[in-house]
Design a protein around this ligand. Sequence first.
Ligand SMILES: *Cc1c(COP(=O)(O)O)cnc(C)c1O
Length: 471
Amino acid sequence: MNYLSTRGHPDRKRFCEILLEGLAPDGGLYLPEQYPQIDTATLAKWRKLSYAELAFEILSLYIDDIPPADLKAICAKTYTAEVFGTDEIVPLRELEDGVYLEALSNGPTLAFKDMAMQLLGNLFEYELARRGAELNILGATSGDTGSAAEYAMRGKKGVRVFMTSPDGRMSPFQQAQMFSLQDANIHNIAITGVFDDCQDIVKAVSNDLAFKRKYRIGTVNSINWARLLAQVVYYFAGYFQATAANDKPVSFTVPSGNFGNVCAGHVARMMGLPIHTLVVATNENDVLDEFFRTGVYRVRGAVDTHETSSPSMDISKASNFERFVFDLGGRDTAKLRKLFVDDLGLNGSFDLSADPAFAQAAARFGFRSGRSTHADRLATIRDTDKRFATLVDPHTADGLKAAREQLSPGVPMVVLETALPIKFAATLVEALGEEPARPKKFEGIEALPKRVVKLPADAEAVKAYIAEHCD
Ligand SMILES: *Cc1c(COP(=O)(O)O)cnc(C)c1O
């Protein structure tokens, strides 16, 4: 399998070449040259597999530069009941007639990002050992991504993590999750500033090409193709649990921010998984809902980007969206460049409302969307607790709200549960008046010793810290 850039760069790459890379050299995103097609006989065979075996089968279609036995071992080591809590890994439960929750957040940090990041950690360790190379991951987080990355990379040979976060601005639980890690290769850096300062530092360091090369700086952000590929697996696993046979369509609703999760659903559908509808659920930051309703994609400025009670969906633009628009436009790289380089660069928006391709977003690609506000979120959390004695986190609540608006008779609707309620306890308390129960392994983590350094919002200070801790 070869990978191309959405923006038309002539080079083609193999999986392990793009594994450790971010954007393509022309600023585009990597996609496979074509989507492997799955027939019903294959689906029937896959239905009987364990999650790790299923992951191996799907990954094998996209990765031909890791020997199969090695890839199989990596999948088996990643997707265990020990790490993800159950043998199903992503157990499905019916909430009400025809509406299901697929649990993606029983990994080490209680959010769905573990599903991909745990695999990425093992792939990185494998590939770096094979090359005899090292990688220093530099990131900025306001919560879920940073902790998922740290729990995936802790103790891994050849990898160090330098994770910046805004000092004092994460929830006490999220802080404790990250700062209590004592592994020598994990570095928490609390920046005196806000999340944007952290992101600016990461950008500034990455733009210093000499420094970047010398210290082998990399990232693990959501545009990484390996992360997206890992997420394709749980659409198949969810489908198999929601159906008894392979001729039944299933819909999915996905609480969305950077469009990584739902883009994996798009890939599964392009491979031939019988997905009826993919519902993109947004919060008040409704860039994506606006696009699917109107055909206009309008990136928000800082003042129009709201801090909400489903903070992992607070985005001003959706960094994986370019992948879908590439497919929507028939993989026309010139057209894609016009939209994402010229129009977005010039106006901060593009408009497909008059383009026949836009109608296809729903008709041919199955996309629908919905929006949920703080009031909706609280109401959904209360209602789900009252009627089904089930606690959902604020992001999953946004999903449930959007899902109920897009039900089709006879088609199971699977809502992806993207985090456990304990991660966002303050909003649960606001909705229900009490804290959600906490898994045993996290009891008392706020009291554990913390491993974190405080640095000013200054890229030079962060560079100096990295340089000092790189040998
Ligand atoms: C990251 C995250 C999302 C958004 O996922 P994308 O892949 O960015 O669309 C939704 N919910 C939670 C809890 C998350 O951590």
